[in-house]
Design a protein around this ligand. Structure first.
Ligand code: FMN
Length: 183
């Protein structure tokens, strides 16, 4: 099942108007809370946003790559606490991927929106824009927003021949990995 899921998975940026059902929202919340984290410190916090006005405002977090959030019925803002873990970036990235895959598994589409290290304007970071909007307190940092909804676009799987097998090495870097060699 996992392989079917990762084979089908694509980033979906167009959604129908259908709201994400409460039961599905609960499943998504369970998925993130089951994500692994370094030393089990769970330094994350998640803000589930379904309010249309807030989603529209969040869609302006950066000039490019976030506008489609205005058309999503759900956005999950993934935050991390650097005072709890020095590897909060990794932990929040893993939680973000859990959300992306859990959404796929529920028949929903989703797409990661990068917030950390992005700018809202020259003066304001995307992180400060999102934190101000949602009253996210210091010292929390904002890693990503995952836009989620019923897909209004379908994308083909990445075909096996498109996978960059040369990026997988066997025993030592530069030694080709192939199906017969992986022992
Ligand atoms: C760390 C990370 C940041 C991303 N940031 C954005 C983003 O800000 N906006 C966006 O539209 N897509 C974003 N994406 C989605 C990628 O563009 C997408 O995964 C990539 O183009 C490959 O397409 P696929 O997911 O359909 O295979 C991000 C993905 C990752 C993993």
């Amino acid at each position: 099942m996992f392989y079917d899921l990762i084979e089908k998975r694509r980033s979906i940026r167009r959604f129908t108007d259908e709201p994400v059902a409460q039961g599905q929202i609960e499943k998504l919340a369970e998925a993130v809370l089951r994500a692994p984290s370094s030393r089990g410190f769970n330094p994350w916090q998640f803000v589930f946003v379904t309010d249309r006005r807030l989603l529209e405002q969040l869609s302006k977090a950066k000039p490019h790559g976030s506008s489609f959030l205005a058309g999503a019925p759900l956005g999950v803002v993934v935050c991390g606490n650097p005072e709890i873990s020095d590897v909060w970036v990794e932990d929040t990235a893993i939680a973000s991927v859990f959300l992306h895959l859990a959404a796929e598994s529920l028949g929903l589409g989703s797409c990661w929106i990068q917030i950390r290290k992005r700018r809202h304007t020259e003066e304001a970071s995307s992180e400060s824009y999102v934190a101000d909007l949602l009253q996210i307190p210091a010292p929390l940092r904002v890693e990503s927003i995952i836009a989620i909804g019923s897909p209004a676009e379908s994308k083909p799987s990445h075909p096996p021949e498109a996978l960059q097998r040369e990026k997988v090495h066997l025993q030592r870097y530069g030694h080709p990995f192939d199906r017969n060699g992986a022992r």
